[in-house]
Each structure stands twice: as C-alpha cells, then as structure tokens.
Design a binder for this molecule. Sequence first.
Ligand code: SF4
Ligand code: SF4
Length: 127
Amino acid sequence: MPSCDGCTACCKMLKIRELNKPGNTWCPHCKIGAGCTIYDSRPESCRVYECIWLQTQAGAKPMPLELRPDRSHVVIGATNQGEDLVLYVSPDRPDAWKHGAFGRFVATMKARGVAMVLSCGDVTKAV
Ligand code: SF4
Ligand code: SF4
C-alpha cells in the first residue's frame, strides 16, 4: 500500500474544517516530516484525504518522487468537478509550480488539455 512516508505537506497547506485549521499553517498535531501525532483519532477530513501524487502511487504510472509535495512544495488536488486539478502552492514559495520537474508536469498537463487552478494564499487563478 502506498504511503506518504513522512511527507506531511498537506498538514500545512490545506484547511482542516474539523480543527478550524486555516490553509498554509502547520497543524498543531503534525510532527513535521514524520506524521500525525493523533493518527488514531484524526478528523474524517484527514482520514479520507489523498493528494493526487499519493493516488498515483498505486497505479501503473506513479508520479516521480521529485513531485511529492514535500519536495515540489505543491500539493495537487482534484476539483469538486472531477478531472481538473488544483495546485496548492505555499505563499512562501509562490513560483514553485513554474520550475523544474513541476514546471514540466504543468506543461505536460496543459498539452493534454487538463485545466488547472492555482491556490496560493488569497490568490486563486487559472494557470
Ligand atoms: S500531501 Fe500527499 S503525500 Fe504528502 S502527506 Fe499529504 S497525502 Fe501524503
Ligand atoms: S490532524 Fe493529523 S493528519 Fe490531520 S492535518 Fe493534523 S497532523 Fe495532519
């Protein structure tokens, strides 16, 4: 079974409704780079969440390690509408999605016609 293996990026980047945790703020229960200190009693939002990188690890074409969110500084999620992607980018690394392996990933997705929305602090925009 694929694992986050100490990534913990979504424990900073995402809002957690049950904890009133805003985005771009470390969850107080996170041991950064290790995991959740309340794993057995973590909220439902955390139990069900898998970023796109993690989802691909069980498939035939797993995304490479360099795109794991703790390395790329971008958490990839899906929109409620389904196939489009949301790129959650840390405000302290606002250009992380433009460069290196992640920049190539964005170019590939654009070439395939995948719509992407950038979420970076208060900014939400199509890329
Ligand atoms: S961002 Fe993805 S790989 Fe990282 S901890 Fe969250 S679900 Fe796991
Ligand atoms: S409760 Fe645990 S899994 Fe959920 S955001 Fe906090 S550290 Fe991460």
